[in-house]
Design a protein around this ligand. Structure first.
Ligand code: MEV
Length: 317
């Protein structure tokens, strides 16, 4: 059995969605931020015999990895096909600074990193658009009908405005820290997205209005990050959280965390990503406020927090 000629490496990052989760699936705009300090790394080595996967909570033969790893298997397959080496064996190893199934983009980030590592091992180059398309093929297995926001945001150089499959980088003047808190509950984006679809089919008008409202907040928030208006941004986050709860993708724990953040002085707070578990984000007026918000979030049950300040992400375990 053939294998790759030499080792390869690829990396991507976690992301947070500031505005537009779920509504982006229906073609409305979204605003997202890559967290460059929270990395997903993939290494690929030549191997004799069957392909293997180590990481993402699995250790063993790729073919025995089961349904939970179908999207990583797809990422490996599409990368090898693209490199003109279908079916060759690889040993894939991933390591990540952030947890999976918490709305931080782990599935897109792992697919993107693995694809980059394989192409690197095969000495094949691909432009951003091609890497996006390959990642989307794995994301379709993970999420069904992904908007593409996660695949773009987990590989972006900076904050992005994403609309109808197109992205543009946004110059961000916001110097307000953003606290990210993990509720500790696994979220399933696939289930959250399909729940919204079912509700939309039953109540086209009502749910449609919520989706439009979320899209409008995302559009208007671009100005806030451009001019650095943290108060306006926080206010929109609070409004987005109300709409996301009405959409049925928040839960009591996420509601409690957003409340705790506001009570501790956050300018605004909302869930981020698919919801029904996962993470919340809160915008703070200063680093001192962020420290207080972080403590309050831990006391309210968050299992882990990070503070994203412009170009730094301080990690607390
Ligand atoms: C998940 O991170 C974001 C969603 O909007 C799904 C998608 O964009 O495909 C919930």
């Amino acid at each position: 059995m053939q294998t790759v000629p030499h080792e390869g490496y690829g990396e991507t990052w976690a992301k947070i969605i500031l505005f537009g989760e779920h509504s982006v699936v229906y073609g409305h705009p979204a605003l997202a931020l890559p967290l460059h300090s929270l990395r997903m790394r993939a290494r690929v080595r030549p191997v004799v015999g069957d392909s293997t996967l180590e990481g993402l909570g699995y250790h063993g033969s790729l073919k025995d990895s089961g349904g939970a790893f179908a999207s990583v298997r797809r990422a490996i397959e599409v990368a090898l096909d693209y490199a003109g080496a279908p079916g060759v064996s690889v040993a894939v190893e991933t390591s990540s600074d952030f947890p999976p199934e918490r709305g931080l983009g782990s599935s897109a980030a792992s697919a993107g990193a693995v694809i980059r590592a394989i192409l690197n091992a095969m000495d094949v180059s691909a432009d951003g658009q091609r890497l996006f398309e390959l990642t989307q093929q794995a994301e379709r297995i993970a999420h069904g009908r992904p908007s593409g926001l996660d695949a773009v945001a987990t590989a972006a150089r900076g904050p992005i405005h994403f609309h109808s499959g197109r992205m543009r980088l946004v110059r961000m003047r916001l110097d307000a820290p953003i606290v990210v808190a993990d509720s500790g509950v696994h979220g399933s984006t696939r289930e959250a997205v399909s729940g919204v679809r079912v509700r939309y089919e039953h109540d086209h008008e009502g749910i449609g209005r919520i989706l439009v409202g979320l899209g409008e907040l995302a559009r208007a928030a671009v100005r806030d990050v451009r001019v650095g208006d943290a108060h306006a941004l926080g206010n929109k986050m609070n409004r987005a959280q109300v709409l996301l709860a009405r959409l049925g993708v928040s839960d009591s724990r996420l509601d409690a965390l957003t409340r705790a953040a506001r009570q501790a002085g956050a300018l605004g707070a909302k869930l981020t990503g698919g919801g029904l578990g996962g993470c919340v984000i809160a915008v703070a007026g200063s680093l001192a406020d962020a420290a207080r918000i972080r403590v309050a979030l831990r006391e309210a049950g968050a299992v882990r927090t990070w503070v994203h300040a412009p170009e730094t992400t301080e990690v607390s375990v």
